[in-house]
Ligand binder design. Structure first.
Ligand code: SAH
Ligand code: SF4
Ligand code: F3S
Length: 435
């Protein structure tokens, strides 16, 4: 029997949170905890939260209500809230759910050992949400304990862009880049353990700048690591798509032909209201130039529909932009007012109108995704297999263009890059047979 305590961790939001959760588990393991997937047997429950839209933040409170019921039976259960809701709402969380024992913002995860010892001494209502001058990257262990065919590596955190709708600059602090040496060391370590693909992460990953070294120079260095066969990065901002970065898509075969490049709106007026710092024409120019250097590159984006002041004409311009680019996939959301952001002071549009527009956009984007996937039928793709599928002997991987593919194989092919012939198309993924 293990005498370790058990931690159950639930993660919401973006890949940054997923990566942080993995790191938090490693830190907790050093402090005599082990992860469990059964909430019933947990001694500690952590909710690593997201505050990007109201719905995401509210979900946390309903989940806390459910977790409180476990604590009613197991009074020494520790409940912690981490992530962006912790940072944004801070003390208010204790008010709304007194069963919570501790709150830790994303800038303070290095204080976990300290928090655990406080908890063990019976302290409650612990709160760590200060933004410190110290570099978070100095304090957190490298994520080398986990071996995966495709691994996230955080290289940049925070955001200085202050789009008027967005909480991220307030929850994640200013842009900070991690040292090239640390990143390369982490990637060499995971490569030695079997990782073949790295996805470089950052809220504004292409704003990466460590002592003058840019993302493109980092990509060139990573491409020298023999075992790493695929490089991706997300999420990029159109303003930071430099010439060198665009050219890297033409020059580095390991840099995969897929780019998630959020545009948010196709109307210059709305982009200006949003403080995005670029116009539609500049976005289209980036897409055009990337297609010139890399014929097979495909694009994904994020859209916000129903931003305050968006007219029918503005919305039509968003639809037009999609028609022009033809995205292989995209995410679209209704605007959600976030407390403390400049846009929250603006008059909101009618809910019904927002929903109707979102529906039209999603129909268009889904159609584009289907067209893109249909186009892959009967083609051969190189697929990196990452995990088992749901069915018997099923394995799931991704093409170079980031489309999910399922195949059936008797042999375990996790971690292999195999040629697959696509033979059918599902609503968001492909099916094929191994060559
Ligand atoms: N740094 C990235 C995006 C991070 S947030 C970028 O600049 O593109 C992920 C997505 O959530 C955003 O691209 C945006 O589409 C959406 N989002 C952010 N704030 C939102 C809000 N208040 N309401 C609706 N969607 C929002
Ligand atoms: Fe938010 Fe804008 Fe920063 Fe993206 S660039 S995280 S949308 S403020
Ligand atoms: Fe959400 Fe924070 Fe990520 S608000 S999207 S978890 S940076």
């Amino acid at each position: 029997m293990s005498n370790k305590k058990k931690v159950f961790i639930k993660t919401y939001g973006c890949q940054m949170n997923e990566y942080d959760s993995e790191k938090l588990v490693l830190d907790l393991e050093k402090n005599h905890y082990e992860q469990t997937s059964e909430i019933q047997e947990a001694d500690m429950v952590l909710l690593n939260t997201c505050s990007i839209r109201e719905k995401a933040a509210e979900k946390v409170y309903s989940e806390l209500g459910r977790i409180k019921k476990f604590k009613d039976h197991k009074t020494d259960l520790k409940i912690g809230v981490t992530g962006c809701v912790a940072q944004a709402e801070s003390l208010e969380i204790f008010d709304r759910q007194p069963a919570v024992d501790f709150i830790v913002g994303p800038q303070s995860y290095h204080k976990f050992p300290d928090i655990i010892s406080k908890l063990e001494n019976g302290e409650r209502s612990i709160i760590e949400t200060s933004f410190e001058a110290s570099d978070k990257f100095d304090n957190i262990a490298s994520l080398t304990g986990v071996t995966k065919p495709s691994a996230f590596v955080t290289i940049q955190e925070g955001c200085d862009k202050f789009c008027t709708f967005c909480v991220v600059p307030y929850t994640r602090g200013k842009e900070v880049s991690r040292s090239q040496n640390d990143i390369l060391k982490e990637i060499r370590d995971i490569a030695a353990k079997g990782t073949k693909e790295v996805i470089l992460l950052g809220q504004n990953v292409n704003a990466y700048n460590f002592e003058g070294k840019s993302l493109s120079s980092l990509i060139y260095s990573i491409s020298q690591i023999v075992e790493i066969e695929r490089i991706r990065f997300m999420t990029s901002h159109p303003k930071d798509m430099t010439d060198e970065l665009i050219n890297a898509f033409g020059e580095v075969p390991k840099l995969m032909p897929f780019l998630h490049l959020p545009v948010q709106s196709g109307s210059n007026k709305i982009l200006k209201y949003m403080n995005r710092g670029h116009v539609v024409e500049e976005y289209l120019e980036i897409i055009y130039r990337l297609r010139l250097v890399r014929k097979d590159i495909c694009f994904s984006s994020d859209f916000i529909v129903g931003y305050p002041g968006e007219t029918d004409e503005d919305f039509r311009e968003t639809m037009n932009l999609c028609e022009r680019v033809k995205f292989s996939q995209a995410y679209s959301f209704n605007y959600s007012s976030r407390p403390g952001t400049p846009a929250a002071r603006k008059q909101e549009l009618d809910e019904k109108l927002k929903k109707k527009r979102l529906h039209s956009l999603q129909e268009l984007l889904n159609g584009q995704q289907t067209d893109f996937l249909e186009n892959q039928k009967d083609r051969q793709h190189k697929v990196l297999f990452e995990k088992k599928g749901r069915g018997i002997n099923e394995y799931v991987g991704r093409t170079e263009q980031f489309s999910p593919v399922t195949v059936v194989s008797k042999e375990n092919i996790i971690g292999q890059i195999r040629t697959v012939k696509i033979n059918s198309v599902m609503s968001h993924s492909l099916k094929g047979i191994l060559k």
